[in-house]
Design a protein around this ligand. Structure first.
Ligand SMILES: [Zn+2]
Length: 89
């Protein structure tokens, strides 16, 4: 089912909710009963997915830690942060 993201026009409360296609769109803010605005709906896409964050942390760690070129190239993608912290500690 798609995840819909709503934001309140009145109190800026924003939240995600998983709804079926057949469900009606929400229109009332659960926080203040104000008017909701549907920001977008992502069908099958979870924008909080680890893929985005992993890519981001990899690029940032490689740019902020150029002093560790000795890291084995075959290290798994999830390892660099852990290795960096233990090495610097
Ligand atoms: Zn509200």
């Amino acid at each position: 089912m798609p995840t819909y993201v709503y934001a309140c026009k009145d109190c800026e409360h924003a939240f995600e909710i998983v709804q079926a296609f057949s469900d009606d769109s929400l229109t009332v803010c659960p926080e203040c009963n104000g008017s909701l605005r549907k920001k977008f709906n992502s069908v099958g896409v979870v924008f909080k997915g680890s893929g985005f964050y992993r890519t981001d942390s990899r690029s940032s760690s490689s740019s902020t830690a150029p002093a560790a070129p000795a890291a084995p190239a075959k290290a798994p993608a999830a390892a660099p942060a852990k290795t960096a912290s233990s090495t610097s500690a």
